[in-house]
Design a binder for this molecule. Structure first.
Ligand code: PLP
Length: 367
């Protein structure tokens, strides 16, 4: 069986270093908000090109805390509308709801899977105060056009960069393309921890300070609480692991791009449509997502051939029970995408023979 994502193989590459840093941290006797977190935050800020990086417990919390911090800073208030793509992973939308803000769903573009920039202005109202572009599957949103719309309407721009570590738009990395960004280091992400982890990147000093306070019980100084905060900290062990893996991220990305290029030149099947992307820097291929009319059938077929695939995502947020109030709304582009997409294996440890086997199986598929 070719696994969709072989995490064991990915982390085995760093086994010795991971064990060494674990030993070091175990022996240090300091496990929360210490030197490892500080070091990783600096490295990841440098990597993204931002002034600040703040480690938090996971990607959802990164987005929750950014929005919460903007509320504390008076830039957002309960009831404000926040634009978000309708086909994102649900975490983006949960972060908005969690803060008492109102998510306004925007249809994606069928080619890029990213928010349809031509639809944004149609849904902006006097209540709209922020937009969360999601660099879905690892492809950067056209942040120049999005930024122009955002400044015209004075919207905060918060990137959901959970799938886009290292992706660029016009030479700048995701995480440095808006007012603030949320990252996830969930094990399956392009930069993955060995547990949960997340980070916020920003150039906004006031926001960075507020998020630091919020992640640690609303406290700058121990036992002095300025605001009603959370416990959402990246821990020392995960930060140590992430520093090790960050140094290979660009190499991993180029491996992902090589595989994507092979898929895109060698898969030739009229029943399958392949993803498209603008240039080599914009996409880090967290996922390689193909589309076909009879998706479940293709998935079964590939499974029988020993190829594991995943659907990202089977049910759109507006059809989820959690958002019952939206269940009758219609987002046709989003719904079509959710019916047709299938993610095929792509990862830095997928070997060439397996890629060949996948290409051959897809080319032999005849419905
Ligand atoms: C993974 C992911 C998140 C959430 O990250 P967690 O670390 O799992 O909380 C948010 N948004 C998107 C687009 C994601 O893919």
């Amino acid at each position: 069986m070719i696994k969709f994502l072989d995490l064991q193989k990915i982390n085995a590459q760093y086994k010795e270093e991971l064990v060494n840093i674990s030993n070091q941290i175990i022996n240090s006797g300091w496990y929360i908000l210490g030197e490892s977190v500080k070091k990783f935050e600096q490295q990841f800020a440098d990597y993204c090109g931002t002034k600040y990086c703040i480690g938090v417990a996971n990607g959802l919390d990164a987005l929750v805390l950014i929005l919460r911090a903007y509320i504390e800073l008076g830039r957002l208030k309960k009831g404000d509308e926040v634009l978000v793509p309708a086909n994102t992973y649900i975490a983006t939308i949960l972060a908005i709801s969690e803060n008492g803000l109102t998510p306004i769903l925007v249809e994606p573009d069928e080619i890029t899977f990213n928010i349809d920039l031509s639809q944004i202005e149609k849904v902006i109202s006097s209540q709209t105060k922020a937009i969360i572009p999601v660099h879905l599957y690892g492809q950067a949103v056209d942040m120049t056009t999005l930024g122009q719309i955002a400044s015209k309407y004075d919207l905060l721009v918060i990137e959901d960069a959970a799938q886009a570590h290292g992706a660029c738009h016009e030479g700048k990395r995701c995480g440095n393309l808006g007012d603030a960004a949320g990252f996830s280091f969930y094990p399956g992400k392009n930069l993955g921890a060995l547990g949960d982890g997340g980070a916020i990147t920003t150039n906004d000093t006031a926001l960075a300070h507020m998020v630091r306070v919020l992640r640690n019980y609303g406290s700058k100084e121990k036992y002095h609480n300025q605001v009603i905060g959370y416990n959402s900290r990246l821990d020392e062990l995960q930060a140590g692991f992430l520093s090790i893996k960050l140094s290979s991220l660009d190499k991993d990305t180029s491996q992902r791009r090589k595989i994507a290029k092979r898929y895109s030149t060698e898969i030739k099947n009229p029943l399958i449509s392949l993803p498209m992307w603008k240039d080599d820097d914009s996409h880090v291929f967290h996922l390689y997502v193909i589309k076909t009319q009879n998706r479940n059938h293709l998935q079964e077929y590939l499974n029988k051939k020993g190829i594991q695939t995943v659907i990202h995502y089977p049910i759109p947020p507006h059809k989820q029970q959690a958002y019952a109030k939206w269940n009758n709304l219609s987002y046709p582009v989003t719904e079509k995408i959710h019916q047709e997409v299938l993610s095929i294996p792509i990862s830095p440890v997928l070997d060439n023979q397996d890629v060949t086997k996948i290409i051959e199986a897809i080319n032999a598929y005849n419905g």
